[in-house]
Design a protein around this ligand. Sequence first.
Ligand code: SF4
Length: 261
Amino acid sequence: MPLSYTALKTFRDCHFRYHLRYDRGLPSRPRPAAQSSRALHGALHLFHQGLKQGQAGERTWFPPVAVSLEMLLTHFKAYYDNPTRPLTERQYHEGRALLTRYWEAHRGQFPTPYLLEAPFKLHVGPFLLAGRFDRVDETPEGFEIVDYKLSHRSPLPPDPLQLDVYQLGFHAKTGEEAKKLSFYYLRLGEKESIEADDLNAAQARVRAVCRDISGEQEFRPHEGVWCSTCDFQEFCPAKARNPRPVPATGRARQLGFDFGL
Ligand code: SF4
């Protein structure tokens, strides 16, 4: 299984949690907000795709249809109407409100997307690192990676490790370097940006985490604020009085590979 930024972050926070999730392959509980997030990401993707095609002159009816609020909400409603993955009424109405605010905030000045919902992969030592860009904009200052967030804004600054992973992924995919990473908080209608470090520094940090994963043998639990979202507390010796035995089946660890480049 390819590693993602989330996997690297999980390892950094708690080795035991990482081991259960990524070595043993124990599933995480589905999050109620996941459907909403998927629908909002999908609607924004289709909307910006239409916009991009219009900007490239691929559609004769642009403008105004592709850039209309009705079009954006129509994309979102398609998720609501999908019988296999229905949103709740509350999620649907909240999503409409968020998208309406998004559209009004950018009306007449929508960004020029360079990439949309674009996957990336790269090898770091023995690991395959993978992820997906929600959107990358080409701005006069350089490339800006935009990550949509449905979560509430953290009081902590954005995690530089996430930017490092995106920076490496962007370079692997395009040969270019990003100038900054922005988190767009859909619930607040606010964007928070951090400047990108250079490629070599990002690569060194990501490789250091991957090297630690490759060499880890003990996988001790490490308690912290992240425990509140942990799905494996029943197995955890730091949390449960009588922790359940960890299921024996799981994936083989990626050990014994040459980590040199
Ligand atoms: S409950 Fe906390 S310490 Fe235990 S596995 Fe989960 S994250 Fe790690």
